[in-house]
Design a protein around this ligand. Sequence first.
Ligand code: NOJ
Ligand code: CA
Length: 707
Amino acid sequence: MFFGDEYVCKASVADDPVGTIDGVPKTNNNKITVFLFAALMLSCQVHAVEVESPDGRIVVDVSLDTDGKPYYSVRYGDETVIAPSRLGIRFQHHAGLEGPMREIATARRTSDSVWEQPWGERRYVRDYYNELLVRFASADGPARHFNIRIRLHDDGVGLRYEVPEQDYYGELDIVDELTEFRVSQDATAYWIPGRGWNRYEYPYRTTPLDEIALAHTPATLRLASGTHLSLHEAALVDYAAYTLDQRRPGVFQTNLAPRSDGVRVKTRTPFATPWRTIQISPDAVGLLNSSLVLNLNEPNALGDVSWVEPGKYVGIWWAMHLSRKTWGSGPEHGATTANTKRHIDFAARHGFDGVLVEGWNTGWDGDWFNNGSIFSFTDAYDDFDLRAVTDYAREKNVRLIGHHETSGHISNYEAQMAAAYDLYESLGVRQIKTGYVADGGQMQRVDETGVTHFEWHDSQIAVNHFERVLKEAAKRKISINTHEPVKATGLRRTYPNWISREGARGQEYNAGWSQPNPTEHNVMLVYTRLLGGPMDFTPGIFDLLHHGPDSEFRVQSTLMHQLALYVVLYSPVQMAADLPENYGRYPDAFQFIVDVPTDWEESIAIAGEVGDYVVFARKERSGDDWYLGAITDEESRVLRIPLSFLDAGQDYTATIYRDGDAAHWKDDPYDYVIEDQTLGRKQSLELRLAAGGGTAIRFRPAKKAAE
Ligand code: NOJ
Ligand code: CA
């Protein structure tokens, strides 16, 4: 509901007027509501209003300058983290939502609730915030009005625009969003460039703040004061993603990805923008323990989602990246019935849930990268019997994981989507990995007149395509794992069948067709990309020197680092990415991959610094075991970690998978030690991580271990 004009300048109104806009579901159907309080105050001609986080540390100030332009600023304790920054939206054919504005009405609300994730890095999420709604009305030109809604959690700020239905506005073409982030201190920035040909798949850069050109979010900043910020967005629906555009030194504007017609967003009133988010933490790990982005998304819209199944999978995949098999037909075709059965046998033997098969459908022959229009999503190659392999998998209690590479041709995919999902549903396939391999700005969309348009992966066109995919798939109880997606903004809360995605340089870059990921890359992912949500990185490469010991094309990690990734890089679906035969070479290390779960009761980032190292502890769901994962960059490290996360009154048998004394990603990646220790929460543990190394630990309650 919006504030209608009749409320402006009145003293009070009824309960809970700060709902959300028409057409956007309200957020109050949480499973457990601990405390909910609604109150409203209205005032006239207030030109600066403040709201603070529940713990009082973060304060946001909203004001009009002397020209009537709206601004906000953010303080954190004693420091200004965002200096007064502009707000506003411009349209192609209408007067914009910028100054001069007048009349500010405000409403306040506090909400404290706990909601449950169907799957996730933690089961229960607390959503505790103070909210301020500010209403602006135009001071000249056509009469128009809009709201800024701000939510302050203890871990950061969410801010969005709501534009109600009103006489002046109907259909609208957004050409610019004026939201700024004026970073008022020197800072080190961790970021990847936006609007490039390789989408989100760049090594992360560590630079002074003023070297950011156009950066994707989440972008992480370490301010001179030591405070850490992550700038991002939540609930990206029917809108364009933004990149951070440094217009003047330290002044970043939301630069919305354009549609092919140049307009940024086509919309109509009433509408709301995604939340612009600023996570704030005194240290690096605080960013990792924040649920701000999830909390700002709408609750599950799909009802019963017990059919969404976290789990581990293997696949016919890495062999193609190593150029030992082909996606297309021919003597080296990977997706044959026999090869798939071999993988199903391996999966069944080791308790994996799924087998991914890429290259099963026609359309891969020739230049598949540029031939998205010829993919069929229902016709299999002659040497692949889809029904036979799904039947075989079912007998072995394994599921086939479907695969749809679209090469970014969204029209070809949408035309076949219903039939393709019907087919998979009829065969009991519950999960599909999709792919959008096409350069940035080259996704193809064919309009009603047959004209092809070229679109960005983070444009409104793409955002809406991905949402259509989720809805169609959900009708058939199918989950989607998107490669070459738009960035993650927490929509897994609303659509729990969006089970994972890529959206950064994954393990595939280590296969030899590119410069490998730098040694620090995986640590960097944790503090940047993963702040948006789960990533299908595909860990677990055991043949680290697959092009020979002297080749630069190799994985820049130790074997133990590969194990630790299952704990460190959260995803509810995790691949054991290597060729099955390579796991036989290190069966004792492989045991960790067999044991590690992918669905968690609780997750705690314990220690770390951006781009340097990180230590995570996670407790499995429906079980008592804890797991720990620690990884480092190119530096070796010794860390002393308190085990206070373990349950009280319980000793654990810790099976520790660690780098050996001689281990080094380059010189000796296979030097490792596996040992058991009895440990409890009052103790601490020294972790010795080699250069490019890691530690993975399974803690089992000691009683259970003795059985
Ligand atoms: C890119 C994906 O990231 C990769 O996993 C997949 O194998 C290829 N596209 C082919 O679909
Ligand atoms: Ca990719």
